[in-house]
Design a protein around this ligand. Structure first.
Ligand SMILES: [Zn+2]
Length: 193
């Protein structure tokens, strides 16, 4: 794995029409596969749907076309500016490969994402100075956790006192039922595997 983060130098300028045609073609293939041939295996249909997920994913399309606002690229991940920044300098670290969430990342993708996030953190502090008193690293996994784009991404959010962003615990939800001893043992075992 290369830990070197290089400026993103090679944007591809594929016409938007090409992407639209590609998406429509993929949808048509999926519909044909699933509806016009019911005897076709479920596996084939799911495979086509998997391809559709990638084709329709805004991050996959943005990485492919170069239409995201890139700040840096590594071997396995890119760093882009969030289109709706919570604070100035809000960056997303995204694997180049379509991986839905944290559990889908390879070890190398995870390591490179962490390294890039740290470099983004350092760069923001150096360049933006007192505007960045701290950062939050935030990752949502699954729709119920608030993940809006189902392609794994790690937020690096610059923070300063009084910036208005609040990450508060809801104390009214406590106490939660504790994990059983069996659950604790099973979780520890699963982590060590
Ligand atoms: Zn994707």
């Amino acid at each position: 794995m290369s830990a070197v983060v290089l400026p993103f130098l090679h944007r591809l300028n594929r016409p938007r029409l090409g992407i639209c045609a590609s998406v429509l073609c993929c949808v048509a293939q999926a519909l044909l596969g699933l509806w016009s041939n019911p005897s076709k295996s479920r596996r084939t249909g799911l495979g086509i749907l998997g391809v559709m997920a990638v084709k329709l994913c805004v991050f996959c399309v943005g990485i492919q076309t170069g239409e995201l606002d890139f700040v840096a690229a590594g071997q396995l991940v890119v760093a882009v500016y969030d289109r709706h920044p919570i604070n100035r300098g809000h960056v997303l670290v995204i694997p180049k490969r379509h991986a839905p969430d944290l559990s889908s990342l390879t070890r190398d993708e995870l390591v490179e994402a962490a390294i890039v996030a740290q470099r983004v953190d350092r760069a923001l502090r150096v360049v933006l100075g007192v505007e960045v008193e701290g950062t939050n690293l935030h990752m949502s996994n699954g729709s119920s956790a608030g993940q809006e784009v189902l392609h794994a991404h790690l937020h690096v959010i610059p923070r300063s006192a009084g910036d208005g962003l609040e990450l508060r615990e809801d104390l009214s939800r406590y106490p939660q039922p504790p994990l059983t001893p069996d659950e604790r043992s099973a979780i520890a075992l699963a982590i060590s595997d």
